[in-house]
Design a protein around this ligand. Structure first.
Ligand SMILES: C[S@@+](CC[C@H](N)C(=O)[O-])C[C@H]1O[C@@H](n2cnc3c(N)ncnc32)[C@H](O)[C@@H]1O
Length: 238
């Protein structure tokens, strides 16, 4: 995957050199280029200006961003504008982005954008209902969530298929060695070696956790017969 990021603060992206995203770059599965659009500003490196009609703060000017996008060599990129008013990012959005070959992220700053910048973009995406200082932290989060879904980035594909939200349910509880820690032991079923019982226990725990914490996810969930029966049982047990 090829990713181009327009930002006034390329140095903020150092965390993407590490962990899974860093390894994806090393393996040649990912190529990220940072474009400081201040370098393309015609007016003495001015990237911002006052809003027409008055008002607080400064807006990003259209010219530096248009010219930077013009210079990027991309065939059919998905162009993403980081904006708190955009569609909220989630796991299914990450899956959509992971299927693309070219992504361009535009990180805002100051009070926002000249509206004409939005004619360049295919998607306006928000990280959530809060306001960040700039789009950099949001872009980093989205790149991380997306890149780990690219085939071969994570060793075993199964390691993200069971993640919360990937299946539509929250993940079941997990344990590792030792068997007993500070008086707390691992549930017997996980020690039994009985694969079918373990699968059913995990499914029940996933359904129960989702029902308790995120019942909204169940509204959109496509239940198998087994899952529907298990959920009924969980509801009856309370
Ligand atoms: C201080 S914010 C501007 C907020 C803008 N005045 C508003 O009310 O929508 C500056 C930039 O940070 C980024 N940003 C802030 N909050 C964000 C969020 N929740 N998701 C994605 N990007 C965000 C956007 O690029 C935004 O243009």
């Amino acid at each position: 995957m090829k990713i181009d990021i327009l930002t006034l603060f390329p140095e903020m992206f150092a965390p993407l050199e590490h962990s899974i995203v860093g390894k994806a770059k090393e393996k040649g599965l990912l190529d990220i280029t940072y474009h400081n659009f201040r370098e393309n500003a015609e007016k003495a490196r001015h990237v911002d200006d006052e809003p027409y009609g008055g008002g607080q703060g400064m807006l990003l000017r259209a010219q530096p961003i248009f010219d930077t996008i013009d210079k990027i060599d991309a065939k059919k990129p998905r162009v993403i504008l980081l904006d708190p008013a955009g569609r909220t990012f989630d796991q299914s959005y990450a899956e959509e982005l992971a299927a693309e070959e070219e992504l361009i992220f535009i990180c805002g700053h100051y009070e926002g954008y000249d509206e004409r910048i939005k004619t360049l973009v295919t998607d306006e995406i928000s990280l959530g209902d809060f306001v960040l200082t700039g789009g950099e932290l949001a872009a980093m989060t989205m790149v991380d969530a997306t890149v780990r879904l690219i085939p071969d980035v994570i060793g075993k594909e199964a390691s993200h298929q069971d993640d919360s939200f990937s299946s539509g349910l929250l993940e079941y509880p997990q344990y590792t060695r030792p068997y007993e820690y500070r008086g707390m032991t691992v549930p017997d079923v996980l020690m039994s070696g009985h694969h079918e019982n373990i699968r059913r226990w995990r499914l029940e725990k996933s359904l129960r956790k989702t029902l308790e914490r995120r019942p909204d996810l169940l509204d959109a969930y496509d239940f198998s017969e087994e899952e529907a029966q298990l959920l009924e049982k969980i509801k009856k047990e309370g």
